[in-house]
Design a binder for this molecule. Structure first.
Ligand code: PLP
Length: 349
């Protein structure tokens, strides 16, 4: 079975992590600092604070912005529940918005309709590696928290995603673009916000007392992250090359293909096909051909909460399917996936 997603770990990664383990200095230390600096150098601006997960990065970003009870935060419904959790951690109110017509990213028009006098921020994911319409969102006069969990290294107008909003967060979970097993990063040019993030990430030897967290990254993870970061250009090239191959091979099929994004910004964290009917049958057919596929979002948030059905999100949830795309895929596996998709499309019609 070809797995739906998989990390790419080479000997250099193994050596980097092993050296730290052998050194006996495992906790947050100089490797974390080096990873933060290398991350800033890669993204091109700001400062960075490494944390234990993308969710922790989002939680601390909301706290740094002073968001809490009574504040409304606009988030997409077509996204993992991590966003909802972070909003709830700080006691704020999530306001769900729909995706756009030809994208899995938030629809600026629907977001605008939902802005009220209580709106404090928009959490804006660059879904599946495609940069959202930042030009439109930045003009709304609302704080933008960029969610770059799926878009590290994606570029828009010549700048990296994550350098547009007031603050941005990244995830290095096992199957993300680069990985530290679990891990996250907060990036910003606002030093006052990052000072709060640093202040809250660690509880030890700090006064005066206030509620703090243990959201630290270990030096083992940071060493792996540094090694992975060196491969980021290769990872992105590999992902976009596979995506081009898929798009060529599927252009005659009766399915919606992912768009390359504004400015060709997509780094294709996911390659998502929009089918004409429910994805279930297609997923079963692909499994019988030895290819694991899945819905790109497990369940939309409006469904988890039982709130207003957002029509484009609902359709994407029913009919969108994510096929394997990652740098660890071998050429013959890519060919096999292409054949399996063509076959499944014939059967499912
Ligand atoms: C993975 C992900 C997160 C959460 O990151 P974790 O590291 O798993 O906590 C948040 N938002 C999006 C869009 C993600 O893909």
């Amino acid at each position: 079975m070809i797995p739906h997603s998989k990390s790419f770990i080479d000997d250099k990664d193994v050596r980097a992590a092993t050296e730290v383990i052998a050194s006996g200095k495992l906790a947050q230390g100089e490797k974390v600092e080096a990873f933060e600096q290398a991350f800033v150098d890669t993204l091109g601006t700001g400062s960075a604070v490494a944390v234990s997960s993308g969710t922790a990065a989002l939680h601390l970003s909301l706290l740094a912005l002073g968001i809490g009870k009574g504040d409304e935060i606009i988030i997409p419904s077509f996204v993992c529940s991590a966003l909802l959790n972070a909003v709830h951690y700080v006691g704020a109110t999530p306001i769900l918005a729909d995706i756009g017509p030809n994208t899995y990213n938030l629809d600026p028009e629907d977001v605008e309709r939902r802005i009220t006098s209580s709106t404090r921020a928009i959490i804006l994911p660059h879904t599946f590696g495609e940069v959202a319409n930042l030009d439109r969102f930045l003009k709304m006069g609302v704080t933008i928290i960029e969610n770059c969990a799926q878009a590290v290294g994606a570029r828009y107008h010549g700048r990296c995603a994550g350098t547009f909003g007031i603050i941005s967060m990244f995830s290095f979970y096992a199957t993300k673009v680069i990985t530290t097993g679990e891990g996250g990063m907060v990036l910003s040019e606002a030093e006052d916000l990052l000072a709060i993030v640093r202040e809250l990430r660690d509880y030890d030897k700090r006064t005066p007392y206030r509620v703090r967290y243990n959201y630290k990254m270990t030096d083992i993870q940071a060493a792996l992250g540094l090694s992975q970061l060196g491969k980021l250009p290769h990872f992105i090239n590999k992902r976009t090359a596979i995506a081009m191959k898929y798009t060529d091979a599927f252009s005659d099929l009766p399915v919606g293909l992912p768009n390359p994004g504004l400015d060709g910004s997509s780094i294709f964290y996911r390659y998502v096909l929009m089918l004409k009917e429910s994805a279930d049958h297609f997923i079963r057919e692909m499994a019988s051909s030895g290819v694991a596929c899945c819905r790109p979002v497990y369940r939309p948030i409006h469904d988890l909460l039982g709130t207003e059905v957002l029509p484009r999100t609902e359709r994407a949830w029913q009919c969108a399917v994510s096929i394997p795309i990652y740098p660890a895929l071998k050429d013959q596996e890519i060919d096999h996936i292409i054949e399996a998709v063509r076959h499944a499309c014939k059967i499912c019609q």
